[in-house]
Design a protein around this ligand. Structure first.
Ligand code: GLN
Length: 539
């Protein structure tokens, strides 16, 4: 029978709840249990696909084509398993299901109420995921912070499930202990308040993960124990780390896994994090850097730089660099700056490799095209991802094939050279304004051409990769592009769509229509990223 572990956050957001959940899942899996993790996002959006990355961070895509929260990416990377759409719950999805059921007379004439019908739907989704995944343990991350209005019904669901299965439900609170510089001392009061707020919903945490800039000391553990009504051993110190993959190892130093097993009256087991301890050794013994620039636009937020929008790309670079014993150094390059000041393009030479990641709309694209042109002409290793491929094709069409004004119809419906265009099925969807969840999403096959860089990277004839885009390379222009030296090295066999392009006369100029970054794992770097970094290190 599945054991349910709910993880809620206190004090403030952005303290790494997703990584904490992924780390606990990793620990329990390491102890030999079948473990899965569910993310609950409290917003009304049915999925993350309709949100700007600056609002909500990267949109992660699963094998089965769900556009979900970036934390699902953390779960996949930590568990080294694919997660499916059942593991992503939003308020939008829950209400949509309840309303559909009501419209279908499935409530038998009863009044459908927020409580208990909404929490019941949440519970049934969690149970469904537990059963599909045959989970011994299912972790459920409740998005947001306790005390806010939006996630109340999810906390209510957690409370109700505990009532149904008192022995099978555990609550963990991830809290934050600030060290205000004016005081120089770690403060526990915000955590005490967060626990009180959680108590008001009828939930008492069994374990507190105490995040903070430094490790928790004994006096503070004692204080939290007394004021938050929790045993001292159940207050787990979670200081800031340089590398998120250290977190499961740190949690185990505090014996977290076995504390959880004991709470469920299960026999304790030795931990097995050998693989990651090895990874951390490799990471810590690498010295030589590899400098990668990412030319994007989703990272400005007032005076702060947000890197969340490209989290899977960053992780994929790290995995590949570590496997080659390099220290990844990633820099953010603003595409719009290259539009304002093309002289800045010269800075691209300072990098071992340049990535142009995915994106939507016209802001920044001319700057990205300029950057791609610069990489092509100056033989700087280049990896294009999704929009990165489309813009590389546009650049090649304009500057090598002489197709002046070549563009994607996403931005220019009247271009004389629509080298990137929609397929008829997508055109129909756009006309009907059916935009949510309707892109080309999830895993599709890709056949590779022998003798190409892509083939060298993958070392196989066929792969499957994850997609998230509406537009495609227009096959009407393929011959003209190929004649001038662009090589199509990957093709989707079902629909004859361009999946990978490259320029063979260049040290590494490869772009994919799919998003390889979603499949990279810490110990299994993605072949395309690995090949890119390998060439970059030799450059
Ligand atoms: N905007 C492009 C499209 O919709 C690329 C999308 C992406 O980069 N994910 O096809």
């Amino acid at each position: 029978m599945a054991k349910y572990i709910f993880v809620a956050g206190g004090v403030m957001s952005g303290i790494g709840k997703g990584v904490a959940v992924a780390s606990i899942a990793k620990i329990l899996k390491g102890k030999g249990f079948r473990t899965t993790a569910v993310k609950i996002d409290p917003y009304i959006n049915v999925d993350a696909g309709t949100m700007n990355p600056v609002e909500h961070g990267e949109v992660f895509v699963t094998e089965d084509g769900d556009e979900c929260d970036q934390d699902i990416g953390n779960y996949e990377r930590f568990l080294n398993e694919n997660i499916t759409r059942e593991n992503y719950i939003t308020t939008g999805r829950v209400y949509q299901a309840v309303i559909n059921r009501e419209r279908n007379l499935e409530y038998g004439g009863k009044c459908v109420e927020v409580v208990p019908d909404i929490p019941n739907e949440v519970i049934s989704r969690i149970k469904k995921s537990a059963s599909i995944n045959k989970a011994d343990f299912i972790l459920i991350e409740i998005g947001g912070t306790v005390g806010e209005y939006q996630n109340m019904l999810f906390l209510e669901a957690a409370r109700m499930l505990k009532l149904q299965k008192p022995k099978d439900v555990l609550f963990i609170l991830l809290s934050y202990l600030p060290v205000p510089s004016s005081i120089g001392e770690m403060k526990t009061k915000p955590t005490q308040t967060a626990v009180r707020t959680l108590n008001e919903t009828g939930i008492q945490p069994d374990i507190i993960l105490a995040r903070g800039p430094v490790a928790l000391d004994e006096p503070r553990k004692r204080k939290i124990s007394i004021f938050c009504n929790i045993r001292k051993e159940d207050v787990i110190s979670a200081p800031d780390v340089k590398n998120i993959y250290e977190i499961p190892i740190n949690f185990e130093k505090e014996n977290l896994g076995n504390r959880i097993l004991k709470k469920f009256n299960l026999r304790t087991r030795k931990d097995d994090l050998k693989d990651w301890k090895g990874l951390m050794n490799a990471v810590n013994s690498s010295e030589k850097p590899v400098k990668i620039g990412i030319v994007g636009k989703y990272f400005d937020s007032g005076s702060f730089t947000l890197t969340d929008s490209y989290i899977s790309v960053i992780e994929a670079v790290k995995h590949a660099a570590w496997s080659l014993k390099r220290v990844p150094q990633i820099s953010w390059l603003s595409a719009e700056d290259y539009e304002k000041n093309p002289l800045l393009l010269r800075e691209l030479k300072e990098y071992d490799g340049i990535i142009v990641p995915g994106g939507f709309g016209s802001r920044g694209i001319e700057g990205k095209i300029k950057a791609i042109e610069y990489c092509r002409k100056n033989k700087i290793p280049f990896l294009g991802l999704c929009y990165g491929l489309q813009l590389a094709v546009i650049e090649f069409a304009r500057n090598v094939c002489g197709m002046k004004g070549a563009a994607s119809t996403e931005n220019d419906s009247k271009t004389p050279y629509p080298v990137i265009d929609v397929m008829p099925d997508q055109e129909a969807l756009i006309k009907e304004k059916k935009m949510g969840g309707t892109m080309r999403l999830g895993a599709y096959r890709c056949k590779l051409k022998p003798g190409t860089a892509a083939f060298r990277a993958y070392k196989t004839k066929e792969v499957s990769e994850r997609h998230r885009h509406r537009y495609e390379v227009n096959n009407a222009f393929r011959e003209a592009l190929e004649k001038k030296g662009l090589v199509v090295s990957g093709i989707n066999p079902e629909r004859n769509l361009v999946e990978i392009i490259e320029i063979p006369s260049h040290p590494f100029f490869v772009a994919s229509q799919f998003h390889p970054e979603f499949k990279s794992r810490p110990l299994f770097p993605h072949p395309l990223f690995r090949e890119f970094i390998l060439v970059a290190t030799k450059n």
